[in-house]
Design a protein around this ligand. Structure first.
Ligand SMILES: NC(=O)C1=CN([C@@H]2O[C@H](COP(=O)(O)OP(=O)(O)OC[C@H]3O[C@@H](n4cnc5c(N)ncnc54)[C@H](O)[C@@H]3O)[C@@H](O)[C@H]2O)C=CC1
Ligand SMILES: O=C(O)CCC(=O)C(=O)O
Length: 444
């Protein structure tokens, strides 16, 4: 059996029931076959793949908090500190009822390679809880965040592990988490990113993941003789990533015709009114179906199905495995030629293979959505310098970083004779830097 297959088998045996983690590891290891085969014995002797697929540390803890009725609730919290070869652990916190150890491990594993691709000194980590923020009052959100940080603060720090937002964690939650960290430690330091602008946040971090996704899309299209201007775009989700991807795509001349949330999707043939979406989602914290109340020309459909809306470009920006094989086929049948992932692992392996086997351009999340974490690293730099850069300065750096990531991904795919396979390019280029750093630091 090849070394890659052996390790894959062991990952499944050692982590039963963590199916998203298996999926993420398999995708990376399959891409790395061409690299590993060149020096299989050395990698095997160094147990390199065993080390890279085993988190340095998995922390799991109880989060008790009191709801508005006076009832004590108990959630489970996680922080997976996956790999610190190239810098302090860095990655978001997710609050969603689906969160479990396998999901946090898949996200932490992806984060290692994504963070490596940014070119910045950040290792991979991820955390979260099965707490459901939907329908909770502000006070309940604060009580939960304070209890979460009461445990988490023991394991994080500005130079050791720097969490940020992810699904269910935005500016409000980061504020409550930061306040509690400061209260417990007495430290005013850049221990979290995505902070508010009045207490150490960076301009353009809110926009960064969505903007970065569209900058990456732009590079991929240009390299393949196409352009964003004049295209029709479908974007899933209506949270942080989806909103700012919509904004940048519109600025570059695209028409975004659909957005969704976990209940259903809206189709607006005249183009999405983003101010209205922001009012519903960012101010009212409402549901996307409220959109059609103010835009009678738009149509709301309950349930899945957003990928049946005809488009040139699809940007999945909601959650993992939201786009399966049948969705991929529907996109292709309706003329879609490019997919770039704003979410982490939103396309199933079958869908990804379909895109690649059917001549569609496909950029995986770990390259396409790296602008968020890259700008978090820029927030860390500003915190260390005790300076704040202008929006234009941060945005220009983000743009440059996304262009750089595209070049690395493209170059790595070509070096292995896999031109146009950006999945392989991203995994290989991300892996190479981490491995070099791991080798330099000995058996750790
Ligand atoms: N916020 C960031 O900076 C980054 C986020 N990401 C990824 O982007 C994705 C979206 O994250 P955010 O926009 O930050 O979160 P968010 O909480 O602001 O928005 C999440 C959106 O996805 C939808 N959603 C969640 N679960 C769903 C489900 N099961 N089915 C359909 N829709 C669902 C929600 O309704 C919401 O519209 C996630 O995969 C996240 O890991 C990736 C890189 C950075
Ligand atoms: O900004 C960060 O540190 C993390 C963003 C994130 O969670 C991600 O890249 O998936």
């Amino acid at each position: 059996m090849s070394y890659v297959d052996e390790v894959m088998q062991r990952v499944v045996e050692k982590n039963p029931s963590e199916k998203e983690f298996h999926q993420a590891v398999k995708e990376v290891l399959d891409s790395l076959r061409v690299v590993i085969e060149k020096n299989e014995e050395k990698y095997r002797k160094d147990a390199l793949l065993e080390r890279i697929t085993e988190p340095e540390r998995v922390i799991s803890f109880r989060i008790p908090w009191v709801d508005d009725k006076g009832q004590v609730q108990v959630n489970r919290g996680f922080r997976v500190q996956f790999n610190s070869a190239i810098g302090p652990y860095k990655g978001g916190l997710r609050l969603h009822p689906s969160v479990n150890q396998g999901i946090i491990k898949f996200l932490g594993f992806e984060q290692i390679f994504k963070n490596s691709l940014t070119g910045l000194p950040i290792g991979g980590g991820k955390g979260g809880s099965d707490f459901d923020p939907k329908g909770k009052s502000d006070r309940e959100i604060m009580a939960f965040c304070q209890s979460f940080m009461t445990e988490l603060h023991k394991y994080i720090g500005a130079d050791t592990d720097v969490p940020a937002g992810d699904i269910g964690v935005g500016g409000r939650e980061i504020g409550y988490l930061y306040g509690q960290y400061k209260r417990l430690t007495g430290l005013y330091e850049g221990v979290l990113t995505g902070k508010g602008l009045t207490y150490g946040g960076s301009l353009a971090r809110t926009e960064a993941t969505g903007y970065g996704l569209v900058y990456m899309l732009d590079e991929m299209l240009k390299a393949n003789g196409k352009a964003i201007a004049g295209s029709t775009v479908v974007i899933s989700g209506s949270g942080n990533v989806a909103i700012y991807a919509t904004q940048k795509a519109q600025q570059l001349g695209a028409k975004v015709v659909a957005l969704s949330d976990s209940n259903g999707y809206v189709y607006d043939k005249d183009g999405i009114d983003l101010d209205l979406v922001r009012e519903i989602k960012e101010v009212r914290r409402g549901r996307i179906k409220e959109y059609v109340e103010a835009r009678p020309g738009a149509v709301y459909t309950e349930g899945k199905g957003i990928w049946t809306v005809p488009c040139d470009i699809a940007l999945p920006c909601a959650t993992q495995n939201e786009l399966g094989l049948e969705d991929a086929k529907a996109l292709k049948a309706n003329g879609c030629y490019a997919v770039a992932e704003g979410a982490n692992m939103p396309s199933t392996r079958e869908a990804t293979d379909f895109f690649q086997e059917n001549g569609m351009l496909f950029m995986p999340g770990k390259a396409a959505n790296a602008g968020g974490v890259a700008t978090s690293a820029l927030e860390m730099s500003q915190n260390s310098q005790r300076l704040s850069w202008s929006f234009e300065e941060v945005d220009a750096k983000l743009h440059e970083i996304m262009i750089g990531i595209f070049k690395k991904v493209d170059e790595a795919s070509k070096r292995y004779g896999l031109e146009g396979n950006y999945v392989a390019g991203a995994n290989i280029a991300g892996f190479e830097k981490v491995v070099e750093a791991m080798n330099a630091q000995g058996v750790v």
